[in-house]
Ligand binder design. Sequence first.
Ligand code: AHG
Ligand code: MN
Ligand code: MN
Ligand code: MN
Length: 336
Amino acid sequence: MRKGTTFTRFIIEDLRKLPEATGDFTLLLSAIVTACKEIADDVSRGQLINVLGSAETENIQGETQKKLDVISNDILIRALEWSGHLGGMASEELEEAYPIPAKFPKGKYLLVFDPLDGSSNTEVNVSIGTIFSILRCPPGVSEPTEEDFLQPGAKQVCAGYVLYGPATNLVLTTGQGVNGFTLDRDIGEFILTHPKLTIPEKTHEFAINMSNQRHWEPAVKRYIDEVVAGKDGPRGRDFNTRWVASMVAEVHRILMRGGIFLYPKDERENVKEGRLRLLYEANPMSFIIEQAGGAASTGRERILSVKPHRLHQRIPVIIGAREEVERVERYHLTMD
Ligand code: AHG
Ligand code: MN
Ligand code: MN
Ligand code: MN
């Protein structure tokens, strides 16, 4: 018999500790994870099954969709719509919230997801992922509208991501710490490999898309100037930089060895509210990062406290090691 706790065992035992835990929630998580295993399989076969390249359609974000954006979105919808656990779903790739078809039973949760994060990397075989967030459907609501999804991140019941890299990792929080799993392809199960993840407070690594430097606000310019100045600058030590262009991969790196990730807003018209999406990128990742002892801020306030006003709302994201995030916040607050 193999050693290690399977994901199935972990969620049954972990959720038993939660007062409101029900079999429903366990089964919902299990259905999400099954969908992600299917996405992992398509991603790993890539060009062999003709899933790379552009779908030549445009999503609500104004982005040209990759074939894998569309495929991953369909896999998640089809794997979950029948389950009876959801009142509705919302996705990066769908303009409006997806109502559960009348032929299926409805449930008490809402699911919000980024089916494929970092999809600019699909053709170059660099890590990509799926991000998801589970909210409660407001009591008595059987046909949720957009408004029902617009809950601050602090209300999330669960957040997670699956990273499709050299190994496939699942990282999850239900508000009681963060745990990481690795897919054992031989038995098709995620195995608990990274229990109780925490982020080191001090860091020497930062992630930001430097090509946007000329557009940043003064506080972000100052922070990056200081870390780039290294041991001769005000920080008195050298920093290292990384940019994968997959938020899932950046957050995973921060959970594994520390660091800070910034996607600030800037002066450009399409980035004036930020680049990343609040409901299915910033909120789930902020919940995970906070639960691992890190911090997540817009630069001016805690991301999880922001009340969303639109499904596809964008927001500035500064997340990772607490001390660094707090420093960037200080710079914003003193330079405003
Ligand atoms: P998505 O592929 O889901 O649209 O998200 C991509 C996001 C995020 O993962 C990454 O941090 C960022 O966009 C990269 O943006 P740039 O191309 O501007 O660096
Ligand atoms: Mn996209
Ligand atoms: Mn994304
Ligand atoms: Mn995406």
